[in-house]
Design a binder for this molecule. Structure first.
Ligand SMILES: Cc1cc2nc3c(=O)[nH]c(=O)nc-3n(C[C@H](O)[C@H](O)[C@H](O)COP(=O)(O)OP(=O)(O)OC[C@H]3O[C@@H](n4cnc5c(N)ncnc54)[C@H](O)[C@@H]3O)c2cc1C
Length: 462
């Protein structure tokens, strides 16, 4: 059987960073990177290229899968802070996390990323506080979808010939005791033995990974789930924030339920996009750096956080269920509704949408979000939109567009010590797919950290 020193499952930023560090430090290592999607040069989304108006559920979603992972077509907002973006500080000291975030940033800069940083603003934070809104403060870089893609491409290209990269290779099982990885390539089942296996499967692989853990008796602990909408409005409404800090990340505790609803993933003059995760369509957003590709609208996620208590412990299934309902009533797409229509309790139809002063950047089906979103989350979203309207008047305008459903489900965390699975020494899990991170910067930092852990051990290659 073919043998490798390290097999990395998943070619997103966490896997790429781990591979980069391993091969730069020990070029003699045989590192194999298995990625179920396409190579970065050939991955594509027919909606993005304008071939189809709506998601046709490709076998491999070009937005979520392929070399460079979910980050490839992302907006490239790079958070230089531990304030948000994941939970690495549950495992490492803050300065250690920051050290790795900075190291990952340096690698991105080597590959073409900007050095420009947005700094937090105390004046804007104060304005938020005056209205019971809470803004998280962080240094931030904004690469933009186009520059982010070329940076990621340079990073992948730098690994070619040094790391054995195998695309269209879907891992179906791992024998944790013997580190034998089974994957399918061109319908053929192939086995590969390794000294070390790193699961870096991202959100697209979280289903596979949690099922694998359950099958092998690895204890999982669930994180929260966030459900809500993508808000789209004229960019002028939030310009006083976005021109200073680029991304306002603001949370609000609703009076009605005491739940937290968060505004984040802000895209100035961007586009709303659809994403397909394991056959469920949800929404997201991005923005180009190129002036010619900018829209007149900004968009952001507005999601209400739910933490379930016993006996229910399937938050991901819950979110998928809600999103699936949105897909069902939109005839296999996602919904869009004007805020004003939602408030008066009527559907947005084609006619009402065509009279909207905010022109949608995504072709979604006009409809009624109250038919698929649970009341509690919808109430939270409405209350938060009115609260945000206090600091950015116009947010709760009649024609503000709400797309649904957007959800961020964070994968269940496996039982581990220093990211090494307790049950299977030599098997590591990193990034979004293992519920440790939820951003480019922390996923990247996680990859570098685990690579360093291995490099510190003299004996990890047998
Ligand atoms: C549209 C969009 C915009 C975003 N914008 C931002 C942003 O601006 N800033 C930010 O910080 N974060 C952003 N994010 C989140 C960010 O992309 C993720 O946090 C980050 O990509 C996580 O990295 P990862 O390596 O853990 O996983 P991923 O990037 O998801 O990579 C995992 C890879 O593993 C592969 N894989 C899964 N299962 C298997 C298997 N069984 N076999 C082989 N391969 C497998 C997948 O195909 C995928 O390529 C965005 C996400 C999306 C979808």
């Amino acid at each position: 059987m073919e043998k490798a020193n390290v097999v990395i499952i998943g070619g997103g930023i966490s896997g790429l960073m781990a591979a980069t560090r391993l091969i730069q430090t020990r070029p003699e290592l045989k590192v194999v990177l298995l990625e179920k999607g396409f190579d970065i040069d050939t991955r594509t989304c027919p909606i993005v290229t304008g071939k189809v108006p709506t998601c046709i559920r490709c076998n491999s979603c070009g937005i979520m899968e392929g070399l460079a992972g979910a980050g490839a077509y992302s907006d490239g907002k790079y958070v230089i802070s531990t304030e948000y973006g994941g939970w690495l500080t549950d495992f490492m000291e803050k300065p250690e996390v920051m050290k790795y975030i900075e190291q990952a940033d340096a690698i991105l800069v080597e590959n073409g990323a900007t050095t420009e940083r947005f700094n937090p603003s105390n004046e804007l934070k104060t304005l938020c506080l005056q209205h019971d809104l809470h803004m998280q403060q962080a240094q931030l870089k904004h690469l933009g979808t186009d520059a982010n893609f070329s940076t990621m491409k340079n990073m992948v290209d730098a690994l070619r010939g040094k790391v054995d990269i195998r695309t269209r290779s879907t891992v179906t099982d791992v024998d944790g005791d013997h580190k034998i990885v089974t994957y399918i390539h061109n319908k053929e089942e192939i086995k590969l033995e390794a000294d070390v296996v790193i699961f870096a499967v991202g959100r697209a692989g979280s289903n596979f990974f949690s099922k694998w853990c359950q099958r092998h008796g690895i204890k999982l602990s669930n994180n929260q789930v966030d459900i809500g909408v993508r808000v789209e409005l004229p960019y002028e409404v939030w310009k006083h924030f976005s021109s200073v800090i680029y991304e306002p990340k603001i949370w609000f505790r609703s009076k009605k339920y005491g739940d937290v609803t968060r505004m984040f993933c802000f895209n100035e003059r961007g586009q709303v996009v659809m994403e397909n995760t394991n056959d469920i369509l949800t929404v997201n957003g991005h923005a180009y750096k190129d002036e010619a590709k900018k829209s007149p609208n900004s968009n952001f996620a507005l999601l209400s956080t739910i933490k379930f208590t016993t006996p229910f412990n399937e938050p991901i299934d819950y979110a998928r269920h809600v999103a699936r309902l949105g897909n069902l009533i939109s005839g296999g797409s996602v919904l869009v509704q004007r805020f004003g229509d939602l408030i008066v309790g009527r559907r947005t139809d084609e006619k009402r949408l065509s009279s909207s002063t905010v022109v949608p950047t995504l072709k979604a089906v006009p409809g009624d979000l109250s038919l698929c979103m649970p009341k509690r989350q919808l109430d939270n979203i409405i209350e938060t939109l009115y609260a945000l309207d206090e600091i950015a008047p116009g947010t709760a305008n009649h024609d503000t567009l709400l797309y649904g459903v957007e959800c961020k489900y964070y994968s269940a965390r496996p039982e581990c010590v220093d990211f090494e699975l307790t049950k299977y020494p030599g098997c590591y899990a990193i990034g979004d797919g293992a519920g440790f991170t939820r951003s480019l910067s922390q996923a990247a930092a996680n990859g570098l950290y685990v690579a360093d852990l291995l490099l510190k051990k003299d004996d990890f290659t047998k």
